[in-house]
Design a protein around this ligand. Structure first.
Ligand code: F0G
Length: 351
């Protein structure tokens, strides 16, 4: 029997690993590319969702983390550190366990979803809540990695980008070519950088005939790339992308400009609307930040910026279970019934 072996074994010849690299894996990648019927109807396009919440720790971060932790182990690191809005820390904690390493994580105080905190805790990470935002956490993590024996596994570590580019490979492998447009949420801007690298590599080697236009979406309260300036006090309900000074800012601009793409913003209201549409009409439960890609596509379509007939892939980056508060908030409380079929049938509208 065969199962997906994880991104390092599946794409070994396209990654900076050798026979002496210890592969630390949870068999990440190989995630579903799901046709999105309602989004396709709304846009007149062929829309697919790359469901990255199906990764082992529930987000796309696992693709980069298998690389970062494997390379850190190869180099003899005993401990790793990251700044995180939650998903990177969950992933670093889990892969740290596999590698027998200590994982230290720095998170913005009070601003990470409960599920992600639970992951870091249960995997035994050393967690510090920092009295600051993600950008402050990253500054601190960099300083610690420069001055103490601990390896930095944020996406400023280039092997993270190498791992994450494999999502673009999977999409081309599945569709037979790159899509016309690829849509992503943008926070620290590592992922848009990684996809663009992946698409370019496949095109350069003739595996894809073209590259897509890259469309990135930031949350309005945390949209430094759209504004063209650092946002000092970023805010959004999509805590995963609550970032005011993205580390890969210039690479995101490169991806946008070289691909003929765009980076725009979506409001929290638009994010939540897309979040609910994905769950209620496509059957795909994502976390709020992930819905920024779909919110952006819908906004662009409403503005008449989406020509019909195109093939579009939206990455939905993380699993909805990480941050279920938004699923419960505003939803009606289920009614309680006695153990009685007639009453239950009546309440369910069956009778
Ligand atoms: N979606 C989710 C669910 C994320 O967790 C992140 C980033 C992004 C989108 C944005 O990706 O940063 O590459 O532009 N999360 C990081 C973290 C910052 O710490 O987990 P990006």
């Amino acid at each position: 029997t065969h199962q997906w072996r994880g991104i390092i074994e599946e794409y070994r010849d396209r990654l900076p690993v050798s026979d002496s690299t210890p592969v630390v894996t949870l068999r990440e990648g190989g995630t579903p590319l799901v046709p999105a019927q309602v989004l396709s109807e709304r846009t007149g396009c062929e829309v697919h969702l790359k469901v990255e919440g199906a990764n082992p720790t529930g987000s796309f971060k696992d693709r980069g983390m298998t690389m970062a932790i494997s390379k850190a182990k190869e180099e003899g690191a005993k401990a790793v550190i990251c700044a995180s809005t939650g998903n990177t820390s969950a992933s670093a904690a889990a892969y740290g366990v596999r590698a027998g390493m200590v994982s230290a994580v720095l998170v913005p105080q009070g601003k990470i979803a409960l599920g992600k905190m639970g992951q870091a805790l249960v995997h035994g990470a050393k967690i510090l809540q920092v009295d600051g935002n993600f950008d402050d956490c990253l500054t601190l993590a960099r300083a610690l990695s420069e001055n103490y024996p601990v390896a930095l596994v944020n996406s400023v570590n280039p092997v993270r980008i190498e791992g994450q580019k494999t999502a673009a490979f999977e999409i081309v492998d599945m569709l037979g070519d790159a899509p016309d447009i690829h849509v992503l949420p943008v926070g620290n801007a590592g992922n848009i950088t990684a996809y663009w690298k992946g698409y370019q590599e496949y095109a350069a080697d003739g595996i894809a005939a073209r590259t897509p236009r890259m469309w990135g979406f930031q949350a309005s309260g945390s949209a430094p790339i759209v504004r063209g300036e650092v946002v000092k006090d970023p805010s959004t309900i999509a805590t995963a992308i609550r970032i005011g000074n993205p580390a890969s800012w210039s690479y995101a601009l490169q991806a946008r400009d070289e691909s003929g793409g765009a980076i725009d913003e979506v409001t929290d209201r638009e994010i939540l609307r897309a979040y609910r549409l994905l769950a209620a009409q496509e059957g795909v439960f994502v976390e709020p930040a992930s819905a920024a890609s779909v919110a952006g596509l819908l906004k662009a379509a409403e503005q008449g910026k989406v020509d019909p007939g195109q093939r579009i892939v939206c990455t939905v980056t993380g699993n909805g279970l990480k941050d279920p508060d938004w699923a419960v908030a505003g939803a009606p409380q289920p009614v309680t019934v006695p153990v009685d079929a007639a009453t239950a049938a009546e309440r369910l509208g069956l009778a």
